[in-house]
Structure formats: structure tokens, C-alpha cells
Design a protein around this ligand. Sequence first.
Ligand code: PMV
Length: 353
Amino acid sequence: MFSATVSAPTNIACVKYWGKKSVALNTPINSSVSVTLDQNDLKAVTTVCVSKSFKKDRLWLNGTEEDVTKSKRFMACISGVKRLATTKVSTEGEVLVDKSEWKHFGVHVSSMNTFPTAAGLASSAAGYAALVAGLAEVFGAKETYPGELSTIARQGSGSACRSLYGGFVAWRMGKDHDTGEDSLAQQVCDENHWPELRALILVVSDEKKDTSSTEGMSTSVNTSKLLGYRASTVVDERMRSIEKAYTERDFETFGKITMQDSNQFHATCLDTYPPIFYMNDVSKSVIKIVHAYNRWKGKVAAAYTFDAGPNAVIYHLEDVADELLALMLQYFPDDKFLGSLFGSSFVNNPQAW
Ligand code: PMV
């Protein structure tokens, strides 16, 4: 038996992915870009064990076994990484497992999240990134081109491809719609580029969301004209501007685009028929408070973004961290609204691979 334990952080998109070009390949209708959060706060910790005596592949998520026998996503990650496996050799040079033998090994995976699962904090991103990183470690997988492992993580959960890198990470939608092999993650800036950048996370609700992102995307693609407009006309320009802003550490531009893109994503959800509501009244009051705060500061000093759930992530710079936290605690002193607060700093690569 061989095993590896790795962890991978979650990531929160500033230009959002919403809508699949190919459901089978899990490729997107537009590119996206995100910040990978710190390993200390929101992460998945995953142990992968492989053995010839394991008769089937199994997964335990937060201690409970999930039925993965029919999970195409989970199986795609295992078979994808097995294809890149190399021969395992001991430190003395003895062949332990020839690469042709790995196909006979079953895989057991145990994964824990340090944050609410499926509540719009990109738990699947951290989970599938850790799964692929753990499998890559156990099988000694070698990429044949940069970003290849991210194409495998993408098949688990789209946003997971971005969690394989630290810092500011783009997911390029790609042009090859037959294979999806160029639909991959690319690091724009590494984790040391902007050390003053912070994320304040307000866990408004830790309940499981009622519309999964896959289901929501499919309904949006089929019914929202705004989504098509966004993908064809808005996103590319935003990607160029925000990548430049992050590279130049220009918080005002970075923050404005982040907020505008979150708002447009939620507008496409409202434009979906029947509409999808991921934000609730608390989320909307966070938006109002952030804009009032920015007016008071006379600049964009804080920038909210919401994924497929009501929880807020507020990007800001270190110098306003205490002030912003004090402001939020004043409005939301009650734990009912503010489940947890994490002051994250950025960022790390998934460990140990
Ligand atoms: O990767 P998925 O299928 O969980 O979708 C993620 C969608 C958003 O979080 C809303 C946006 C994004 O780019 O992460």
C-alpha cells in the first residue's frame, strides 16, 4: 500500500465561471480568474491510499462514506492521473511498482474540509484540487505539458483547476473543444506578489445550497440571454483589465471589477428562468455597507464577491483590515448572521507534490 496526505486551499473568483461549453469535458463558456486563499484557513486535507488489495475506489468526505461508484467526476480524476503515472522506484533504485501495474490498484480517499461544505465557499474546488494533488503524489504523475494536471482537476469541478496554484490564477477556457486539453489553469502572479491583499469571509449561512452550481449553470445556459452576452462581450475585457490591475497591485481597479463581476454573475442568476437566488438579505446588506464604506473612504478600499451561496468574501488591503472587521462586527454582532470570520492572507501552493 502507498499513501500521501496533501492539502489544497480554496479559491474565490474575481471574474466568475458560470456556464459549461461541454458538459462531458467540463469546459466553460468563458475564462475566469481567482485568488487562491491561504492554506491556514480554508482548505481540504486529503489522504489518498492505493493498494492492489482494494477491490473498488472509495471516498470518505468529512468522515462519512460517499457512494462514488457512479461519480464520473471522481473517476475521471483517478483515471486521468493514472494515465500520467510513472514507475515507483525505492531510494536504492529497486522497482517497487512498474507504471503498467498501477491500473490494478484500487484507490481509497479520505478528505476533510476546514469550512462548510457546499455553502458557496468553493469547497469542491479545494476538494478536487487536493484529490488530484494527492493522486499525483501517490502515482508519481508527470505532466506532459504545463497545466495538464489542472485539466484533470477541472473534470472534477471546474473551479478546482485554479486551486492547484497559489496567487492569482486564470482558467483559460481553451479553443480545443474536442479534447479540452487547453482548458487549463495558469498562474498570473504567484503567492508572494501582493502580500498586503486580504480576504475577510463572512459565513452568512453554512447550510448546503439548494441549487448546485452544475444545475444552476445548465438552467442559466438554456434560459439567460444575459449570460450569453456576458460570455461573448464582457468577460475577455475584464480578464485583461483585472490581470493588469493585480500585476500592478492596483486595488481600486481590481476591487471595482471584482464587485462588478459578482453583481453580473448574480444578475445572470436572476435572469435565469426560473430564477436562482444565491444571495440573501444579509448578503445584500453587506453590499450596501461595503459601498457606504468606500464612499466614506473616498476610494475602493473593500470589494465584495459572492459565489453560488450567500457568504461574502471581502477583499481589502492589510491597512484597513482592523477597521473593516470592526465595521462588520458592528453591523453583524450576532453569530446567527456571522458564523465565522476568517482573516485570510495569501497564498500557498498545494503542499507535497
Ligand atoms: O466549479 P464549480 O462547478 O463549483 O463552479 C463554481 C462557480 C462559481 O464559484 C460561482 C464561480 C467560480 O468561478 O468559482
